[in-house]
Design a protein. Structure first.
Length: 74
């Protein structure tokens, strides 16, 4: 009976490990998507005259919220 319990625990550990691997991949994908969105937003703010207001805000201190460089995601 004890070997069945050990086998059950091993299977549970394997299942949880697989779930952690999946979560790590999802986290990596999300971080990559966020970095790409940030990069796109920075380019939009820098290059589109419609967004000059936001660029001016960033230069006046909003830069801590929306950095106008990609250094934080390099």
């Amino acid at each position: 009976m004890a070997s069945g319990t050990i086998y059950t625990k091993i299977r549970e550990i394997q299942r949880l490990t697989a779930m952690l691997d999946e979560l790590a991949q999802v986290q990596s994908d999300v971080e990559s998507d966020v970095a790409q969105l940030h990069s796109d937003l920075v380019k939009l703010i820098q290059n589109d005259p419609k967004y000059a207001f936001f660029k001016n805000l960033a230069q006046s201190g909003l830069d801590e919220f929306i950095p106008l460089s990609d250094e934080s995601h390099a």
